[in-house]
Design a protein around this ligand. Structure first.
Ligand SMILES: Cc1ncc(COP(=O)(O)O)c(C=O)c1O
Length: 352
């Protein structure tokens, strides 16, 4: 830390992204990317924009905003486009939390929520998950604070259904409820259909997982026009050109080929089921997942030990060295071939 670094960040612990090693080719099952490439139209759309990079992007992202609104059946004023959904989450912490509106989120969830709260000096309260790593709906009713709920949750993979989401949003009418749907396309129910019913609901989604565009950095938020205006104020006070030309073009092309991505999500859900059964046959406990990852552990080996043994064999998974979950690893669902390599490696590690 330099002597110039603001004192207010003295105790800030930044988010630790999953490893993105460049030294060798790993079977990469650690950051929940899609194992499938973007659809064919994306490369052409990006290449066409590369010739126009001397020009700023459209700060209103009109074409992509219209495409997202059309895909989700909302008005363009209800959509904000962002540089990965992390950005809209950051904006939401800035816009909807303060000393009077603390942030509330589960104790085991996406690690960035705590970092954003600390970054902005926002008080926060963590709600303990149940022993099965699910969330008890009762714990989310009548909250005093802005709720950030990853649904499905990460790294657990569990989700609340739409009836439960409806109940929790209606029980918090004077607080913003942010539902982070980064993984919703892999099988959970989306709260987007509730945005016209509740003015306190913000839904965030990403192109990073189900739409194979993690490297392009594209996400969006959907909510009431008033909530979205607040978020636009924050965006225009930080970086109005937050979505670059190539990424915006990639997003439009991806939505034009949406059937390709939704078919990939179904393939991934099938591979998830197949992998779950194989892991259980090897003695693993697997948390039921509606995402593109599994959270699993075996009494025969520690989580960290398994992570390290897999890494040695060229397979990357994610381990969180935290109470209650250090016995587990989070495994991204890859192709069936990648999952076979993983299962073979686990079998041989357990035999050693
Ligand atoms: C629950 C959750 N929310 C949001 C994100 C952010 O994704 P991105 O910024 O790539 O859209 C992630 C990424 O892993 C995530 O796991």
């Amino acid at each position: 830390m330099s002597r110039f670094f603001s004192e207010k960040f003295n105790r800030l612990t930044p988010y630790t992204p999953g490893e993105q090693p460049q030294d060798k080719q790993y079977v990469k099952l650690n950051t929940n990317e899609s194992p499938y490439p973007p659809s064919p139209g994306v490369a052409a759309a990006v290449a066409a924009e590369a010739d126009r990079l001397q020009l700023y992007s459209d700060p209103e992202c009109k074409a992509l905003t219209r495409a997202v609104a059309g895909r989700y059946g909302v008005q363009p004023e209800q959509v904000i486009l962002v540089n990965g959904s992390d950005e809209v989450l950051n904006f939401a912490f800035m816009a909807f939390c303060d000393q009077k509106h603390p942030a509330v989120f589960p104790d085991i969830t996406y690690g960035f929520y705590k970092v954003f709260a600390e970054l902005h000096g926002i008080p926060y309260r963590e709600i303990p998950l149940q022993p099965d790593l699910g969330i008890a709906l009762e714990d989310l009713l009548g909250l005093e604070g802005t709720l950030f709920l990853a649904n499905p949750n990460a790294p657990t993979g569990r989700a609340l259904n739409l009836t439960e989401l409806d109940a929790l949003i209606s029980s918090n009418p004077n607080n913003v409820v942010v539902i982070d749907e980064a993984y919703v396309d892999f099988g959970a129910e989306s709260a987007v259909e509730l945005v016209d019913k509740y003015d306190n609901l913000l839904v965030t989604q990403t192109f990073s997982k189900s739409r194979s565009l993690a490297g392009a950095r594209l996400g969006f938020g959907i909510g009431s026009a008033a909530l979205i205006r607040d978020l636009q104020t924050i965006r225009n006070s930080t970086n109005p050109y937050n979505v670059n030309r190539m990424t915006a073009a990639a997003g439009v092309a991806a939505l034009a080929e949406d059937a390709y991505y939704m078919a990939n999500c179904r393939r991934i859900a099938e591979t998830r089921q197949w992998t779950t059964e194989r892991l259980e046959a090897l003695g693993f406990t697997v948390v039921p997942s509606l995402t593109n990852f599994l959270f699993a552990g075996s009494p025969a080996i520690g989580g960290k030990e398994l992570y390290l043994a897999l890494k040695e064999r060229g397979i990357l998974v994610r381990h969180f060295d935290k109470p209650r979950i250090r016995g587990l690893v989070r495994i991204t669902i890859g192709t069936p071939e990648q999952m076979q390599i993983l299962l073979d490696a686990i079998t041989s590690i357990l035999e050693e």
